[in-house]
Design a protein around this ligand. Structure first.
Ligand SMILES: *Cc1c(COP(=O)(O)O)cnc(C)c1O
Length: 376
């Protein structure tokens, strides 16, 4: 046996055939490749305005105290979150981004060969977390690119332990309504935990969408529900990695058994506290996003393309069978978007809503490329 194949045998079931998460292309990498500096990245759904300007001072203060371990309990951030969300601090689990929380949840509740149910086109991290514990993954066909909660209910059996629902979903931008979520949760057997991933929660509100559920408000009625949120998107702190789960104190106590000590660093904690307290900044960002999303969508439609209706800060647009070619050509023009073939959407690209100037550039670039391809 070769060294490589014997190592292969050592790898845990589930991890053996795992493919790592594919992040959006970093700006610096494209800068190196192209030798140009004016690059726009609309590939990872980050806040184009960055974080609240107050965060900079917070971080400067933190920089004086780097030798100390962070507060492993996240006391101050949890106190602030609990007041804002109207839950107890004992209902909060902090994570190194909500990815960390999703992973912790999976490790707490799923054993080898037990079941995890997700939707087709759902956020990739659920499948990774499930496979890494050697779970059986049931992938339920989507309905109009969104989660089909009725079909997901049907996919649940006696071995199922977790159902992941991304609301709204990334990369499609679709959401499931209050009525559908309530009907789903009301009809679940006791051995199933539902994870409602609300990474884009802050963005959905101002669309006049009034049937988007607030997962936290459902917690009192559905004790097997876990809601996850993050500071990576609307709060503009993706680099610092802070996310959290809200659940009953009983579930939270279990999650904290597995949570690595000091999984959220001091700068992340302090920046999240500051970001949370600057509600004006968030509402400005969220309002601008709503306007820009509308315009970007309209401009894509005007190019003759079909979009998936989105309530988040990104749009999945069908550009056709040459999507990867279009993606590559956009890179050469200094525009990074996200191919989503690995999400079962080989003809789509996902475009994050950027600053107005960035959105104009992405449209101009797409228009140019599409007309070139049409002539060729
Ligand atoms: C971006 C994203 C997350 C958040 O990831 P972090 O680890 O908090 O940065 C979680 N769920 C979905 C659906 C996302 O798109």
């Amino acid at each position: 046996m070769t060294a490589e194949s014997s190592l292969h045998q050592l790898v845990a079931n589930g991890v053996r055939d795992l493919r790592p998460y594919q992040p959006g292309k970093p700006v610096e990498e494209l800068e190196r490749e192209l030798g140009i500096s004016e690059i726009i990245k609309l590939a990872s759904n980050e806040n184009p305005r960055g974080a609240s300007p107050r965060v900079e001072n917070t971080l400067r203060d933190c920089a004086n105290d780097l030798a100390r371990y962070p507060d492993g309990s996240g006391f101050r951030l949890k106190t602030q979150l609990s007041a804002q969300l109207n839950v107890l601090p004992s209902q909060l689990t902090l994570g190194n981004g909500s990815n960390d929380v999703l992973d912790i949840i999976t490790r707490c509740f799923v054993e080898s060969r037990q079941g995890v149910v997700i939707s087709e086109h759902a956020f990739a991290v659920y499948g990774l977390a499930a496979k890494s514990v050697d779970a059986n993954l049931a992938i339920v066909p989507a309905i109009q690119f969104g989660h089909d909660l009725e079909a997901m209910r049907e996919a649940i059996n006696s071995d199922t332990r977790i159902v992941f629902i991304a609301n709204p979903n990334n990369p499609t931008g679709t959401y499931v309504s209050q009525g559908k979520v309530e009907a789903f949760l009301s009809d679940l057997p006791d051995h199933v935990i539902t994870v409602l991933d609300e990474a884009y929660f802050e963005y959905v509100r101002p669309f006049g969408v009034n049937d988007y559920p607030d997962g936290v408000a459902l917690l009192t009625r559905f004790p097997n529900l876990i809601v996850t949120r993050t500071f990576s998107k609307a709060y503009g702190l993706a680099a610092l990695r802070v996310g959290y789960a809200i659940a009953t104190p009983e579930i939270t106590e279990i999650l904290n058994r597995v949570r690595p000590p000091f999984n959220v660093n001091s700068m992340g904690l302090a920046a999240a506290e500051t970001a949370l307290s600057d509600s004006d900044f968030i509402s400005q960002c969220v309002t601008e996003n709503a306007e820009q999303l509308f315009q970007l969508n309209q401009a894509l439609v005007d190019l003759g393309l079909t979009t998936i209706p989105s309530v988040a800060n990104f749009i999945c647009v069908q550009v056709g069978s040459n999507a990867s070619k279009i993606y590559e050509l956009m890179l050469t023009e200094g525009v990074i978007v996200r191919p989503v073939g690995n999400y079962g959407l080989p003809e789509h690209l996902r475009i994050t809503v950027g600053l107005p100037s960035e959105n104009q550039k992405v449209i101009a670039t797409l228009r140019k490329i599409i007309s070139h391809l049409a002539e060729a």
